[in-house]
Design a protein around this ligand. Sequence first.
Ligand code: SF4
Length: 304
Amino acid sequence: MKKIDYIKEINRLKKEKKAVILAHYYQRPEVQDIADYKGDSLALSRIAATTDARMIVFCGVHFMAETAKILSPDKKVLLPVKEAGCPMADMVTDMSLKKYKEENPDVTIVCYVNSTANVKALSDVCVTSGNAEKVVSQYKGKKLMYVPDKNLGTYLKEKFDLNMNVWNGFCCIHNEVTVKEVQNAKESYPDAQLIVHPECQLEIVKMADFVGSTGQLLNYVKKSNCNEFIIGTENGIIHQMKRACPNKKFYLLTDNLACYDMKLTTLKDVYDALQQEKNIIEVKDDIQENALKALEKMFEYTDN
Ligand code: SF4
């Protein structure tokens, strides 16, 4: 059988089908390299919405492709691996959130973008790990429920002294980091700064020199005068950090910082999705409309 040159074929199909390829920072390095844009999930969906592409291929997990569809309802959105999901997003269902809202009608629902379209549609406002502080600080004094990430929620609640309950969800990658692992890494690399994602537990976040979304961590290492960093987020970002700062050193906080779902997508999957136009993401009209309202509420606070 003739061997397929996936990079060449993806580039050919991309032009032929007027597609834009997005890759989250946690994707495999070779998948990041083939993408037109790499970044955090919402940033990618927003960029794709401004392009005149007919099709979006989202190399990431299901909720990310859904968000792209919400922001670009007229474009065809493909997820190369249909099984690529996010365990944290699945920790809050629309049924359980509906029940909570019925029992607590006076509570404002703040929803992390790492959630399904159905959950976004039931929420009042969305946040990302990069803008959550800016958005939730507008809601001081109100009764809030934050879904689904208890770690980012607890961090925000404490920082802004919010009247906020947090859902019991978590990222099974970031949540597993332990204090002992941080202590070991700091001992091994005493000159390195510790930078972490706020999906880590609060006790880990408090030990860090800098806390931010994956994109913010990347910007931080670019601008910092420090030359060594212990990275407390998924290992995929180190590919971009090394690219941006070839003379700096990056140490992964623990070998466990690898997301199974994010690593499912291969170049072959991207090629197959593009060629067959398969794994099309659909979002029902009423869900799209309501989820878009929660996203637009966030943009009101972040874009002005
Ligand atoms: S890293 Fe965590 S939040 Fe991101 S997709 Fe994987 S499980 Fe979900």
